[in-house]
Ligand binder design. Structure first.
Ligand code: FES
Ligand SMILES: [Fe+2]
Length: 376
């Protein structure tokens, strides 16, 4: 199992970089062909050979809190619906009625059964077809063979993962993923928004600290450093750590006081298209769905960091932090990636060059190339 540094080791490494005026870096430079951001066939491969075959986060467990809680959404081009059953197990189905393919659920909510809005075929929460109105019209229909079609699902450490097109050993990738969420965090915001950029351009923006000073001059940079980040990988996934200046207060502090809360941001990339950002008072789970070659539908769930005890204060602190980030740094990042997308057909670049500080982007592209090659 691949592993990442614990908080104490992170603090140690950050303080060393501050003293030495250094940062984590790779040995190599990566050149990614711009055509890979423009090619429809490449995008189809990224969805069908990578996203369908890799354990991909469908939603957090907390989005399905009760028996009957469901959530429907598109995942790598496929309409799926997840539901927590009466046995508390989460199941995920292809969101299409077995009569003529109507979606049996939209959005999210709580149900005791799925009743197709078209002609009323009804399915239990475990997917079984339980009722067909005027069933005499379908002589020979075997209801037991016409339940909702399941996809493989696992729940691990507060996240629900699906594999739409399983290959042997595909679930082993989850062994690399550490526990990121804790059980007491509360969802206080959910959003869905379109970013007018290829999903990889959007993802790349999370994975390096080289841009912090020029892009976030008045938002993040005053709290942080210029080009100082820890870059770690685990399996095809990665974590980037952005320290705040106040982490220097920990210099010389005894080990038990070296707490990282409020002193750094962790950004986890769960391959291929999920980001989990852990800031001072909130944690964001973002799923970057490619809905077109130049369009990403972002689905976000935002959690408090602190728990259910003192929940009002935890939500207030989280919301304040969240609004600051949304109105400043996140907006700046989005403007950059959308501007890149607008110029991507300018003909200026045959390749995008990712330097030594952009190691985690290289890691993403290596992982994608490998998964595409394996999928052929
Ligand atoms: S399409 Fe669902 S009942 Fe007809
Ligand atoms: Fe940024």
């Amino acid at each position: 199992m691949a592993s990442i540094l614990d908080d104490e080791a992170v603090v140690e490494r950050v303080l060393q970089h501050i003293s030495n005026k250094t940062t984590d870096e790779a040995d190599e430079v990566w050149r990614e062909p711009v055509s890979n951001y423009l090619c429809q066939q490449r995008l189809a491969g990224e969805k069908q050979q990578v996203m369908w075959r890799w354990p991909s986060v469908f939603c957090p467990s907390a989005a399905l809190p009760d028996k009957g809680s469901y959530l429907a959404r598109e995942a790598a081009g496929t309409q799926l619906v997840a539901v927590r059953g009466t046995d508390l197990k989460v199941r995920v189905f292809r969101n299409a009625c077995r009569h003529r393919g109507m979606q049996v659920a939209t959005g999210s909510g709580r149900n005791s059964a799925f009743v197709c809005p078209y002609h009323g075929w009804a399915y239990q929460l475990d997917g079984e077809l339980s009722h067909v109105p005027h069933e005499a019209g379908f002589p020979g229909l075997d209801k037991s063979c016409n339940g909702l079609v399941p996809v493989e699902v696992r729940e691990q450490d507060g996240l629900i993962y699906v594999v739409q097109d399983p290959v042997p050993g595909c679930w082993n990738a989850l062994e690399d993923v550490p526990k990121i969420l804790n059980d007491s965090q509360i969802i206080f915001d959910e959003q869905e928004y379109v970013v007018e950029a290829n999903w990889k351009i959007f993802t790349e923006g999370f994975l390096e600290g080289y841009h912090i000073k020029p892009t976030h001059k008045e938002s993040f940079y005053p709290f942080g450093f210029d080009n100082l980040a820890l870059l770690e990988t685990f399996g095809n996934n990665s974590r980037i750590t952005f320290p705040f200046r106040r982490i220097e207060k920990l210099r010389g502090a005894p080990a038990e006081e070296r707490r990282v809360d409020g002193r750094l941001t962790y950004v986890y990339h769960l391959f291929p298209n999920v980001m989990i950002t852990v800031l001072s008072h909130f944690t964001n789970i973002l799923i970057l769905e490619p809905v077109a070659i130049d369009k990403t539908l972002t689905r976000a769930w935002t959690f408090t960091n602190r728990g259910k005890v003192d929940s009002e204060q935890a939500i207030e602190d989280a919301r304040r932090d969240f609004e600051f980030v949304n109105n400043t740094g996140a907006r700046e990042d989005r403007a950059v990636v959308e501007a890149i997308q607008k110029s991507i057909r300018s003909g200026a670049n045959e390749y995008f060059t990712f330097g030594k500080y952009e190691k985690l982007i290289t890691h993403l592209h290596r992982g994608l190339d490998q998964a595409l090659a394996d999928g052929d």
